[in-house]
Design a protein around this ligand. Structure first.
Ligand code: CO
Length: 132
């Protein structure tokens, strides 16, 4: 897949505002963007840690997958996102190696990224995002 780095870690939270003091005042990271991704029913907040980002994910409705995740597992790490040069190529490779895909083709994510998810059943339990 030619993964270059961990693009971001997605962390499910009930409230971005409630978490900002920890990330900003304790860890000393700066939130540089807050953005709603309508089709995923989430509000996202971003922090940079080197070339990797932390992406806080707050549900915007009860039917958000993030709301269901928090209900089932509580707040915490939701997914890991790897940067690849080509999401379609990486998806083809994963599928050819027997990995179950959530997205057959890339879709739009936060920050103008093109993203696709691999199913945690096939990835040792970690929801895995590929992005470019
Ligand atoms: Co993500």
């Amino acid at each position: 897949m030619n993964i270059t780095h961990i693009e971001h870690l997605g962390i499910a939270v009930k409230s971005i505002e409630a978490c900002l003091p920890y990330y900003e005042n304790v860890l000393g990271l700066k939130c540089y963007n807050i953005e709603v991704v309508e089709d995923q029913k989430v509000r996202t907040a971003f922090f940079k840690v080197g070339q990797t980002k932390i992406e806080l994910l707050e549900p915007t409705g009860e039917d958000s997958t993030i709301a269901r995740f928090i209900e089932k597992k509580g707040e915490g790490i939701h997914h890991i996102a790897f940067a690849v040069p080509s999401v379609p190529d990486a998806l083809n490779e994963a599928e050819s190696k027997g990995i179950q895909l959530i997205d057959k083709a890339p879709r739009g994510g936060a920050e103008g990224l093109s993203i696709a998810f691999l199913h945690p059943k096939s990835t040792c339990g970690v929801l895995t995002e590929l992005c470019m």
